[in-house]
Write a protein that binds this ligand. Structure first.
Ligand SMILES: C[S@@+](CC[C@H](N)C(=O)[O-])C[C@H]1O[C@@H](n2cnc3c(N)ncnc32)[C@H](O)[C@@H]1O
Length: 299
């Protein structure tokens, strides 16, 4: 099994419009597919990459123009400053989890593999899926299932988790599936379980707050004319990226200055998000939900 097959590789790298002598950041290194492609286009330039999962370090690239930082991208600006970097020419983010993380059963991300309820991308952090599922109050479970999983039956699913954990601790992905199965019609089971697991994963890794922090730091770090390529895999992520580009904030409300000019910080390079070609869809099913938005830093 390969670590990860890069999604929308050509499109996201083309979006960066790479200057061979520029400074670039890949905030989601994973298997390094996007990073390798950036490095191929660099001459005297330099690439910094981030990944909060220590397992990604085994894919590090031996190249003196490359630096891999094993940190959450929400601390990108601080760690780049430590490297003496205050401005960059381009930033790439390929959000979510890698195929390696999904397919490694004991990381607990997959609805198909039996494994411990974990779902931490950074395995040194304390909060895991086990704590969320066994210790969160009913209201909090409902909130995350509704907000992060967009589940309509969030209340009944949360209630069934509370009932199940009164009997016994919910320790594995299989225990969780058994706890909720009576509220899931069999023909919709994969979809609803995927939404449920997505919600828990977002909570465990605080994914939406980290994304917002990284996006704001990206705007700060980019030089005027610098490019931001973001690939997202679900509507909650994509909405934040889209709103920031369209309106300069995450709510999507366009605010205007005294002269009626919108306060924009990024310019969209294409009106619609870029999605995978038929060829990529056939060779890599993971590309199905991918949406790429490329934007440029305004003065
Ligand atoms: C979809 S994979 C990236 C795959 C990569 N582009 C490639 O070509 O192999 C996402 C990676 O980003 C990492 N990641 C996700 N959120 C992160 C965060 N907040 N900070 C740092 N790394 C993160 C995950 O651990 C995972 O390895």
């Amino acid at each position: 099994m390969g670590y990860h097959e890069a999604v929308l590789l050509k499109e996201s790298i083309a979006g960066l419009r790479i200057d061979p002598n520029g400074t670039y950041v890949d905030v989601t290194f994973g298997g390094g597919g996007h990073s390798k492609s950036i490095l191929e286009k660099l001459d005297k330039g330099i690439l910094f990459a981030f990944d909060q999962d220590a397992d990604a370090q085994k894919n590090s690239i031996d190249d003196n123009r490359f630096v891999l930082i094993n940190q959450n991208f929400r601390f990108m600006q601080k760690f780049l400053r430590l490297e003496g970097v205050l401005k960059v020419d381009g930033i790439l983010a390929d959000l979510g989890v890698s195929s390696y993380q999904f397919d490694t059963a004991d990381r607990g991300f997959s609805i198909r593999e039996e494994g411990e309820l974990d779902m931490r991308m950074n395995t040194t952090q304390e909060l895991s899926a086990k704590q969320v599922v066994n210790e969160y109050e009913l209201d909090d479970l409902c909130r995350i299932f509704r907000e992060y999983g967009e589940l309509k039956n969030a209340f009944s699913i949360s209630k069934s988790i509370l009932l199940a954990r009164e009997e016994d601790e919910i320790l594995t992905t299989e225990d969780l599936k058994n706890a909720v199965k009576k509220h899931i019609p069999p023909h919709k089971s994969n979809k609803i379980l995927a939404q449920l697991f997505q919600a828990i994963r977002i909570e465990v890794n605080d994914e939406l707050k980290a994304l917002k922090e990284m996006l704001l730091q990206s705007v700060d770090l980019l030089k005027t004319g610098g490019r931001l390529s973001v690939i997202s895999y679900h509507s909650l992520e994509d909405r934040l990226v889209k709103n920031l580009i369209k309106s300069g904030n995450f709510k999507g409300d366009i605010e205007k200055d005294f002269y009626g000019v919108p306060n924009l910080i990024l310019k969209a390079i294409s009106k619609k998000p870029i999605t995978a070609s038929q060829e990529e869809l056939e060779s890599n099913p993971r590309s199905r939900s991918a949406k790429l938005r490329v934007s440029e830093k305004l003065a």
